[in-house]
Design a protein around this ligand. Structure first.
Ligand SMILES: *Cc1c(COP(=O)(O)O)cnc(C)c1O
Length: 469
């Protein structure tokens, strides 16, 4: 455990990283930079000043009071490791484009596969993000079963349907329950009556962080000889909390995370819960033989070893070696362990969501919609009249007022839920419109655990200011 270890200084790490790379560059011999690369110092000063000022237009993603979308800065180790490799700018398309970072990519990808319980021979690589990782999975699904359709749930990430169109693959949509989880009865019906080649299951929906019944759905798919792709772009790292050594977390579907080990392919995003900057997704295939679909004959690719080129098993060509280096370095410093490193972080996030839910339950001014499965909490300001139109207006209003609070702004996000889901989750609600906005907080920073009481109190007070009557 690293309870008393200090938070690393990004300044110190960056300085060390850039100085080291600079010395390495100089070791190759001095040369004069071409005059065309120069920039007038006054202009640079102005431009850079304007740039830095414009960045202030961001929301404070780093702060515990930012509890809105899936956003947080990378860990200082990732920032510095990325900067060091980025300065050299290796391209992990080919082994010769960046030998060290290509090797690191293979090692880091193997660690992700191992965490998820996939076999040693798993074939995988990093991608620009979850969308491309899923695209590759759907593409392999179509190549394997060109005449069958790919089934995705109504609450699966919206890009599956879009990528189905890109691939000209038939995509079947399956209904979900009120929490956004694939309905097993609907899956069974589809498996019996439709020609389905691959089913996409989600381990942590982007909406409510819900987890499909992966264990049971996988068993059904196996019975029908149907492949399974698990979209664990968001939730993949929570697999650490399903380990026997991890502390138990109430309502966490550990069994479904363990079942991911049986999937045919898995997408996981290190740029979500893996502490990385954007540009780091990962696709994993159980059967390395699917690598044959990627075969290409690029005149640019040079071969100096018998090893498989990462560029030969990726749809993308150029990819940042820095992304692989940063992930490798981060996982060395913060290992994929159940009670240490990344496990300690995602465990705190899961507990943060339970703490938020508990505090919301204690406040009359707020209504919890459903107990969290992962680290996303959905709630509404308790309206005077329980109609969806009142809830819609109250959610919008609290969202804006919390963000505009001059002293202690709180950032949440709005999420639209259909009337049927809302009235199932909260039978006291009356559907006077088709859908309503609710508040959604993604608690992907471990600090959200400690600030739960304060932030929820503040939201509750804003939702219904105390009266002196
Ligand atoms: C974020 C997310 C994606 C898309 O990944 P990007 O990295 O944003 O391209 C896909 N599926 C799920 C479940 C996600 O949460």
């Amino acid at each position: 455990m690293s309870d008393d270890a200090p938070y690393p200084s990004v300044d110190a790490l960056l300085h060390r990283a850039l100085e080291h790379v600079e010395e390495w560059e100089q070791s190759w011999g001095a040369f004069d930079r071409h005059p065309s690369l120069g920039v007038d110092p006054d202009r640079l000063d102005r431009v850079f000043g304007e740039y830095l000022e414009r960045l202030e237009g961001n929301y404070p993603f780093h702060h515990p009071r930012y509890a809105g979308q899936m956003l947080k800065p990378p860990h200082p180790v990732a920032v510095a490791a990325y900067a060091a490799a980025q300065r050299i700018n290796p391209n992990n398309h080919a082994l010769d484009g960046g030998p060290p970072t290509s090797q690191m990519e293979q090692e880091a990808v193997a660690e992700l596969a191992h965490m998820l319980g996939l076999p040693d021979e798993t074939l995988g690589h990093l991608t620009g993000g979850g969308t491309v990782a899923n695209l590759e999975a759907l593409w392999v699904a179509r190549e394997l079963h060109p005449d069958a359709s790919i089934a995705v749930s109504a609450d699966a990430h919206y890009t599956h349907e879009r990528m189905g169109r890109v691939l000209d693959a038939d995509v079947t949509s399956l209904p979900t329950d009120a929490r956004g989880r694939l309905r097993l009865d609907a899956l069974e019906d589809a498996l019996q009556h439709e020609s389905i080649g691959t089913v996409v299951l989600t381990a942590g929906t982007t909406g409510l962080g819900s987890v499909d019944p992966i264990a049971d759905a996988l068993a059904l798919c196996r019975d029908h000889g149907v492949r399974v792709h698990v979209d664990a772009a968001y939730g993949g790292f929570f697999r650490l909390m399903a380990d026997d050594a991890a502390p138990t977390v109430e309502g966490f579907p550990a069994r479904d995370f363990v079942a991911i080990e049986q999937a045919d392919s898995v997408a996981i995003d290190p740029h979500k819960h893996g502490l990385q900057p954007y540009g780091c997704g990962c696709i994993l295939f159980r059967d390395p033989a699917v690598g044959r679909f990627y075969k290409h004959d690029s005149p640019y690719t040079y071969f100096t070893s018998d090893d498989l080129h990462l560029g030969e098993i990726s749809l993308e060509c150029s990819r940042a070696g820095a992304a692989a280096g940063a992930l490798w370095c981060t996982l060395r410093a913060l290992p994929l362990a159940p009670t240490d490193g990344v496990g300690a972080i995602v465990g705190a996030c899961l507990r943060a969501a339970r703490a938020w839910a508990d505090h919301i339950r204690k406040r009359d001014a707020l209504t919890l919609l459903t107990p969290p499965e992962t680290d996303i909490v959905a709630y509404v300001p308790t309206p005077d009249a329980p109609t969806l139109s009142a809830i819609d207006a109250a959610s919008q209003s609290l969202f804006e007022r919390a963000m505009d609070d001059p002293d202690e702004p709180v950032f949440t996000s709005l999420y639209r839920l259909p009337a049927e889901a809302l009235t199932t989750l909260c039978p006291q609600f009356e559907a006077d419109q088709d859908e309503a906005a609710v508040l959604r907080s993604v608690l992907m920073k471990p600090e959200h655990e400690t600030c739960a009481a304060d932030v929820v109190d503040q939201l509750a007070t804003l939702a219904r200011p105390p009266t002196d009557a």
